[in-house]
Design a protein around this ligand. Structure first.
Ligand code: XMP
Length: 522
């Protein structure tokens, strides 16, 4: 299989670069610029992309690479810092620009270059730089310029070395994907065979080879990643797989049954499925607890305990399977140069509470959208595969204050109505306009505030809870804005919640962006 390496110099868009390459049906991996040349040679690459980065390449100690990288005969595309670095290492010059460009910028490109094949001569790009290439390396020519930047792109066609000062990987460069396509499919000659059906087939073969006759245990949460991992493993090794699904009673309405319908006895896969109905245990442990962090801790610990008890019943297994995906690997600092953003529970440490010999992670090299495609390929229902993110502690962190069964009922029912009505409105919008509504939230749910207030229903005074609706638009879940759900939709939701959910007499809509708010309430 053709492979591209994204050599990471610490830029913020590096995962995006890799995703764009994959969207061209070409497999790629991210690795730190510290990766040595021998390792790179052994990777059998079709091409290398050098990413952007926050440094100045002329600063002492700035990330760099030996010039031999450019002598391997493998095409190289440098982006932003990567382009500057390539020119500097090969004998050009990089300096602080007098006019620094930031944001949408008009760029004129030479469409005779294979990099810009099919791109408009005048196009728009996303610039973000304070340095510029003041003198190109020998044998390089400029193939793109902006008002203030004489070398917005350059090439040494003979050696298949290319540089782009702007960021083709972001959506603000509308023809950027075309440029990346031109590099990986045209210049590097990748055949575009990285497709999800091929992945599924290969993954199944690899799982069989690795697992042999061994027994595999997987903790199934009902989330996208563990569900797709379960489907893949089930197709590969059938009854050698046991999935343990712990229902902690903090799932969304009907969710436990939906998971069971897919993976249980009458589901679409042939595997051993164990559903542990541990609701009561969690409720007892959580009774009267109001502090968010304590709630999270209790839920996390109890979860492990329940899983451990089930695992012990099964006895020693050969493999523990996990739904780790590529961003988990990269964000844990194992796959690239990015600072460790979060230590992911799936990566790095192996759980010590289950007896197993080895770990198997069939989704380790997939991005989320690829995981979803693989899930659909495996026949897992769209409803499960396209699910929005749902936190591990579940509704436990969407009920402010202490948790009771009655509050769980309220939040489940209100949330169900909210999701149903938003789903309906989105479908309707699509039917009428043929387009996805611009307000479509990336995550939305109902939470239960701990506020009770006076109301009137019929002729009676009420003293009931307020439900908060939260809907956000976000690309990376690190920042978010509240979604502009049409007022009419919110109005329908409010009316239905008040009418159908006993114990609620007020509905709020949360307008807070992140920061300062977080997406969840606790
Ligand atoms: P916050 O609330 O931090 O959420 O803005 C960002 C994203 O992460 C999800 N989230 C969690 N996911 N375990 C998870 O698996 C958790 O404890 C957790 N807390 C928040 C949240 O739903 C959002 O998508």
């Amino acid at each position: 299989m053709d492979k591209i390496l994204v050599l990471d110099f610490g830029g913020q868009y590096n995962q995006l670069v890799a995703r764009r390459v994959r969207e061209c049906n070409v497999y790629c991996e991210i690795a730190s610029y510290r990766t040595d040349l021998e390792t790179i040679k052994a990777m059998n690459l079709k091409g290398i992309i050098l990413t952007g980065g926050p440094n100045s390449c002329y600063a002492p100690g700035a990330p760099t690479y030996r010039k031999e990288l450019f002598e391997l005969g493998i095409p190289v595309l440098g982006l932003c810092y990567g382009a500057q670095l390539m020119n500097q290492v090969l004998g050009g010059k990089v300096e602080r620009a007098t006019v620094q460009e930031y944001g949408r910028t008009e760029v004129a490109v030479n469409t005779a270059s294979p990099l810009f094949d099919g791109v408009s001569e005048q196009t728009v790009c996303w610039m973000s730089h304070f340095d510029y290439i003041s003198r190109m390396a020998p044998d390089f020519v400029s193939i793109g310029k902006t008002k203030d930047c004489p070398v917005a792109a350059c090439e040494c066609a003979e050696r298949k070395l290319y540089g782009i000062q702007f960021h083709p990987e972001v959506l603000h460069t509308p023809e950027g994907t075309k440029m990346i396509y031109n590099f990986v499919r045209g210049i590097c000659g990748c055949d575009g065979s990285w497709k999800m059906d091929a992945f599924v087939e290969t993954a199944i073969r690899e799982i069989r080879e690795k697992v042999g006759n061994g027994r595999v245990l997987l903790g199934l949460s009902g989330g996208v990643d563990s569900s797709v991992a379960a489907g893949l493993l089930a197709r590969a090794i059938g009854k050698q797989l046991t999935c343990v699904f712990v229902d902690h009673g903090l799932l969304r309405k009907n969710e436990g049954d939906e998971v069971e319908a897919v993976f249980g006895e009458n589901g679409i896969f042939d595997l051993n499925f164990v559903r542990v109905n541990a609701q009561h245990r969690f409720y007892v442990k959580l009774a009267g607890v109001t502090d968010p962090e304590t709630k999270r801790k209790i839920i996390g610990e109890e979860f492990i305990r329940v899983f451990e008890e089930e695992a012990n019943k099964i006895g020693e297994v050969d493999f523990l399977a996990q739904g780790t995906i590529y961003p988990d690997v990269v964000e844990s600092g194992l796959g690239g140069e990015s600072a460790v953003i979060k230590s992911h529970h799936n990566v790095g440490g192996l759980p010590s509470y289950v007896k197993f010999k080895e770990i198997v992670e069939p989704l380790r090299y997939l991005f989320k959208d690829e995981v979803r495609k693989a899930g659909l390929e495996l026949g897992i229902p769209e409803k499960l595969v396209m699910r929005q993110p749902f936190p591990g502690p579940g509704l436990g962190i969407r009920i402010i204050g202490d948790i009771t069964e009655d509050k769980i009922r309220i939040v489940q029912d209100a949330d169900y109505i909210f999701r149903e009505e938003v789903g309906k409105a989105l479908d309707e919008y699509k039917k009428v306009t043929g387009e996805v509504a611009s307000w479509k939230p990336d995550q939305y749910y109902a939470a239960l505030t701990n506020v009770r207030s006076v109301g009137v229903m019929g002729d009676e005074r009420t003293y009931d809870y307020a439900v908060a609706l939260r809907a956000v638009r976000t690309t990376d879940f690190m920042t978010a804005d509240s979604a502009h759900i049409p007022y009419e939709v919110l109005d329908i939701v409010m009316n239905r919640i008040i009418k159908e959910v006993r114990g609620v007499n007020r509905v709020f809509y949360d307008l807070t962006s992140k920061p300062p708010g977080t997406i969840e309430f606790e």
